[in-house]
Write a protein of this length. Structure first.
Length: 235
């Protein structure tokens, strides 16, 4: 199993709120967001990590290139027009075995991540699994609905009544990359649209309910994430 990390966003909402640090390097409880994600993958025993960052933040590039990571790190430096294209840029690094995928701004408890991946890997009849949470603290959440077997049946507005939204990390088999050309032909421009396309195209994707996670999009989310980690540590 490999790991992919999407860290190519511009972090505009953080910047507008006065945070000058590039989002991947924002410190949560003394550790950069990007380092947290890499370490979570290492703890799972991933064989390598592929990470995409944009060209606008040389400090993030230097941080990753100079770091002593315990696994091979494939760094892609490219400013992409969408999160979907960011994933596609990682395809050549992730196309030979299943992989766990994470956005750089999600903060979660280690046990949550471990349980998700264990359950996702056990679904041998699935092309992928999406971590889903009932905790909604996002202005544009991606809703997901499941059937009785936890197979994803709808995403976006049609799934709003489900009570579940995506939590920011996923597990996929590389077969999903067969849909790259079709997705581009359809002018899809976001990871959420690509996920919807996979569901609509009949790819068996499953939902794995997980506990609370925090997305660090705004300055106030930094404090929320740190408080959340303190709660986990003292539970």
């Amino acid at each position: 199993m490999k790991m992919g990390i999407i860290a190519a966003g511009k972090g505009e909402r953080l910047a507008l709120g006065g945070v000058s640090t590039p989002k991947p390097l924002v410190s949560i409880a003394g550790k950069a967001l990007i380092a947290r994600i890499i370490e979570a993958g290492v703890a799972l025993g991933v064989s390598s990590v592929a990470c995409i960052v944009n060209e606008l933040n040389p400090s993030t590039i230097e941080f990753l290139r100079s770091g002593r990571w315990p696994v091979s790190l494939d760094l892609v430096v490219k400013t992409t027009p969408s999160s979907m294209e960011s994933l596609f840029c990682l395809a050549r690094h992730l196309s030979d075995e299943p992989f766990v995928l994470s956005t750089v701004d999600v903060v979660f408890g280690p046990s949550i991540f471990e349980r998700f991946v264990a359950e996702a890997r056990a679904k041998t009849d699935s092309m992928g699994s999406l971590a889903l949470t009932r905790f909604v603290d996002d202005e544009k959440p991606l809703w997901a609905a499941m059937d009785g077997a936890n197979r994803i049946t709808a995403m976006g507005d049609p799934a709003r009544g489900s009570g579940y939204i995506t939590a920011g990390f996923y597990y996929f088999k590389p077969d999903i990359f067969a849909e790259m050309d079709v997705a581009r032909e359809k002018n899809l421009n976001a990871l959420r649209q690509f996920l919807g396309h996979l569901v609509d195209s009949g790819y068996p994707l499953h939902g794995v309910p997980v506990a609370k996670t925090i997305d660090v999009d705004y300055p106030e989310d930094i404090g929320k994430a740190e408080s959340y980690l303190e709660e986990i540590d003292t539970a």
